[in-house]
Design a protein around this ligand. Structure first.
Ligand SMILES: Cc1ncc(COP(=O)(O)O)c(C=O)c1O
Length: 346
């Protein structure tokens, strides 16, 4: 880890914004009804409805995996399937929890950049009505994607239309929705437009732990309170989760945090691209940078700056910036990348 204590492994590696801690401290006052019947939860729901529309139904949960698994359960039966990119967190990083909770199947589609398209969705819809095959019921995309790319508003509209034509629900994994909205210079609701359900995360945006499931189609939420409880995602002291959302949403702190993280990723990509032997492999549209480095440079660099190797064979690494990443952090890292690559040439 660097002397600043800040590395590039994950936006989950960063701490929480001081305003979030202060809001939790503020919620730590006297007694309040449990399980969400408190004024903080009501206020946070109201703020989220302000972003996603007045009829949105909002449910707080503990973590992103829980948000995704409960959201999918709301729109699936055990014989259904979810069409998602092969790189989707639900496919690669949830230990089979979506399949376990829904009983259904993931139809994972390879993509070059983490993004589905109407053509890729249509290609995955086969054997409809055939009793031997899982029946597609949901399209799940991630905004911003696991590759740090962002769906444009037109791309979102096209995907929503393709899903609708085939009678599929659209789920968005919005663990980094704030980064997408900052990138697109739009509202959170616009960055998720066309979705039926959104896993709207705050943890990576400066919260301690705060995730939510937002139903843009409120009719789909009618049984959700039972799904959430049965999935062990109902918080008794919900006011502490809600207070974190209030801190991020009330005065636009979510956008400042996301804009800063995105700007640091762009700066890092610029610095890295200038180093001979380094190639940035994905468009840098949010707060992640993917790059191929000479193999021998990776280990010493990761030991000093802390990040993950994404694809060992290709020598591809992932660098993630956070709300608290500074210009100095990036400049120091950029110099470290140049040094590590020069060292192996000497
Ligand atoms: C795209 C995406 N979805 C969901 C999650 C949430 O995961 P967790 O269950 O660790 O909160 C993450 C976290 O890394 C993520 O990157």
């Amino acid at each position: 880890m660097t002397s600043s204590g800040r590395g590039f492994a994950s936006d989950n590696a960063s701490g929480a914004h001081p305003a979030v801690i202060a809001a939790m401290q503020g919620a730590n006052a006297g007694h309040a009804h449990a399980y969400g019947a408190d004024r903080w939860t009501e206020r946070a729901r109201e703020l989220i409805r302000g972003e996603f529309g007045p009829s949105a139904e909002v449910f707080f949960v503990f973590n992103g995996t829980g948000a995704n698994c409960t959201a999918l359960q709301a729109v699936m039966r055990r014989h259904n399937a979810v069409i998602c990119p092969a790189s989707a967190h639900i496919n690669t990083d949830e230990c089979g929890a979506p399949e376990r909770f829904t009983g259904g199947k993931l139809l994972a589609v390879p993509t070059p950049d983490g993004k589905l398209t109407p053509a890729l969705i249509e290609g995955a819809i086969t054997h409809v009505g055939f009793e031997h095959a899982s029946q597609p019921a949901v399209v799940s995309i991630t905004q911003s994607t696991e590759y740090g790319t962002v769906y444009s508003r037109q791309e979102l509209a096209d995907i929503a239309a393709a899903a609708r034509v085939h009678g599929l629900k659209l789920h968005i994994d919005g663990a980094r929705l704030a980064n997408a909205a900052a990138s697109l210079q739009c509202t959170l609701g616009e960055a998720a437009a066309g979705a039926d359900i959104v896993s709207f995360g705050a943890t990576k945006n400066g919260a301690v732990l705060a995730e939510s499931v937002v139903f843009l189609d409120p009719e789909l939420a009618s049984e959700f309170k039972y799904v959430r409880k049965q999935s062990a995602q109902l918080a008794s002291k919900m006011r502490y989760i809600a207070a974190q959302y209030i801190a991020l949403l009330e005065d636009g702190l979510w956008r400042r945090n996301a804009e800063s993280a995105n700007a640091m990723a762009r700066l890092l990509a610029e610095r890295a691209s200038a180093v001979p032997g380094v190639r940035v492999t994905q468009r840098v549209e949010a707060n992640e940078v993917f790059a191929v480095l000479p193999h021998a440079a990776i280990e010493p660099l990761a030991a000093e700056f802390d990040f993950y190797t994404w694809d060992e064979r290709a020598g591809e690494v992932r660098w993630v910036t956070s709300w608290d990443t500074t210009v100095e952090d990036v400049e120091r890292f950029g110099a470290g990348i140049a040094r590590a690559c020069a060292d192996i040439r000497d």
